[in-house]
Design a protein. Sequence first.
Length: 253
Amino acid sequence: MARDVLITGATGTLGHRVVGEATEAGHHVRALSRKSHVGYTGVHWAQGDLLSGEGIDAALDGIDTVIHCATQGTRGKDVVSADNLISAARRAKTANIVYVSIVGIDRIPLPYYTAKLRVEEALTASGLGHTITRITQFHDLIETTFSIQRFSPALFTVKGVRFQPIDTRDVATHLVSLIDRGPAGRVDDIGGPAVFAHDELARMYLTSRGSRRRVLTLPLPGGIVAGLRSGANLVPANPVGTIGFAQYLARST
Ligand SMILES: NC(=O)c1ccc[n+]([C@@H]2O[C@H](COP(=O)([O-])OP(=O)(O)OC[C@H]3O[C@@H](n4cnc5c(N)ncnc54)[C@H](OP(=O)(O)O)[C@@H]3O)[C@@H](O)[C@H]2O)c1
């Protein structure tokens, strides 16, 4: 059934994929951005700022389902933005807010993850229809851990840490399937097709770039790395993604 869907973070790494996928699935898509997107883009844009609340009531007018992909870093802004979204959704009688969360946020003490946990709690306590889906790291993020080291003679990776990266195209497919399901609360966590050690991913990255640089694996201390080493960021039992890291790299070169 075609629904009226608002996608927040529609210009982002994930959000722009969700806009395409939801449109292709036949939904009536409205895409939220803080900026003005004038001219023909093939997308119905709404301008609004979740942090200030400006434009959000208009963006939600007539909307059945929100896919909330917007995010703004580590200083708790995402919690304020989510509170504003929840209040506006209550006024607009929105049926379902789908929240894109991250696997292991309750076991890995990153401030960004703590904020995401607060958003999950706010949604659960809101009494509104909602769906919370925790997802593993995107390929783009893993690639960034390597591309930011482009001036280093070797690639540094973290010993004992594994990832199960997923492609944003697979995440978009999953999110659009949740539209039809309606409010479902916390659904099963999902991850990419395979689990790799950080240094294995680094070698795949170097191979895809034709680089002969070395990979160095460092044991790092601290609670965040300990959380990652424990595998709290993995969902090996639910490998939903179909596009592997090597395939992603081959397409992005
Ligand atoms: N990266 C990962 O590995 C990963 C893994 C699992 C889950 N996630 C989650 O997936 C979601 C999407 O991540 P992403 O990497 O695609 O994010 P991203 O590329 O950084 O995009 C962020 C988006 O948020 C929008 N935005 C920021 N502040 C806003 C505000 N105040 N009001 C309205 N829109 C605002 C931006 O739109 P404008 O600039 O156009 O306004 C932008 O489109 C996040 O919730 C993230 O935690 C990420």
